[in-house]
Design a protein around this ligand. Structure first.
Ligand SMILES: Cc1cc2nc3c(=O)[nH]c(=O)nc-3n(C[C@H](O)[C@H](O)[C@H](O)COP(=O)(O)O)c2cc1C
Length: 207
C-alpha cells in the first residue's frame, strides 16, 4: 500500500480491539517503530519513556491480575463474567507493550522543577501517539489502554518495571495485524473548542 499523508494518517487512525487481531508483528519491526516514535518534543531532553515489550508468560500473568482486579470480591456476576472475558483477551493478545514515564525524583532537575514530572508524562504521551500513527502507517492495528491492572500491587513486579517509584504508568499498547478497516470519526464542531482572537482588533499594546 502506498504511504498516505500525515493528515490522512492522523484522521484515519482508529483504535481496533485486540480480539480482531489475527497475527503477531515481528519484534524487530516493533522496536524500529519505537525507536522512531521516541523522536518527540522533550523539555530538558530527559528521554522519559520506558518501554516493556511483554512475552507470553508476562501476558498470561497480567491477564490473571487483570481478572482479579475486575472480579473484586466476586459478588457481582457481571464483573465475574467480564473478568473471564478480559482474562482470555489478555492472555491471547498478539502483542502487548507497557509504557511508563521515568522521572528521577531525587535528581536536582526534579527537585528544582517538580513540573518536569508532568512534562515528562506529556512527552511520553506524544511518543504514544507517534507509535499509534507509526503502527497504523505499517498497517498494524493498535489500542492504547489504561486498564486498571496497573493499580494491582503485583503489577510492577509482573511487568518487570525497573524503577517503580520513579516510573508513572502511561499505558499499554496492544498491537497486531488485523483485517478490520477503519474510517474517519466525526468530531464536534471546531468552533466549540477554539477561541480565535486573530480577527480581533486588540489595541492593548498600541501607543
Ligand atoms: C489515555 C488513553 C487510555 C485509553 N484506555 C482505554 C482502555 O482502557 N480501554 C479501551 O477500550 N480503550 C482505551 N482507550 C482507547 C479509546 O477508547 C479510544 O481512543 C477512543 O474510543 C477513540 O477511538 P479512536 O482511537 O479510534 O479515535 C484509551 C485511549 C487513551 C488515549
Amino acid at each position: 500500500m502506498s504511504q498516505i499523508s500525515i493528515a490522512d494518517l492522523i484522521k484515519t487512525r482508529r483504535t481496533r480491539k485486540p480480539t480482531t487481531y489475527t497475527s503477531p508483528v515481528p519484534t524487530s519491526l516493533v522496536t524500529s517503530l519505537i525507536e522512531t516514535a521516541r523522536h518527540a518534543p522533550n523539555h530538558h531532553r530527559t528521554e522519559p519513556a520506558r518501554f516493556y515489550l511483554l512475552n507470553r508468560v508476562k501476558m498470561v500473568r497480567l491477564a490473571k491480575l487483570f481478572g482479579e482486579t475486575i472480579r473484586g470480591d466476586k459478588t457481582n456476576p457481571a464483573l465475574v463474567e467480564k473478568a473471564k472475558k478480559k482474562e482470555q483477551e489478555w492472555r491471547s493478545a498478539t502483542g502487548l507493550l507497557a509504557v511508563t514515564s521515568y522521572s528521577d525524583q531525587e535528581s536536582i532537575l526534579v527537585q528544582n522543577n517538580p513540573q518536569v514530572i508532568e512534562e515528562n508524562f506529556a512527552t511520553t504521551c506524544c511518543i504514544m501517539q507517534n507509535l499509534l500513527l507509526l503502527f497504523e502507517n505499517s498497517q498494524i492495528a493498535a489500542k492504547w489502554s489504561t486498564a486498571a491492572v496497573w493499580q494491582h500491587p503485583e503489577f510492577a513486579s509482573t511487568v518487570g518495571i525497573k524503577y517503580p517509584s520513579n516510573e508513572k504508568f502511561v499505558g499499554f499498547i496492544f498491537y497486531g495485524y488485523s483485517e478490520l478497516s477503519q474510517s474517519v470519526r466525526n468530531l464536534s464542531p471546531l468552533q466549540n473548542h477554539l477561541v480565535d482572537f486573530t480577527d480581533n482588533q486588540d489595541h492593548e499594546f498600541d501607543q
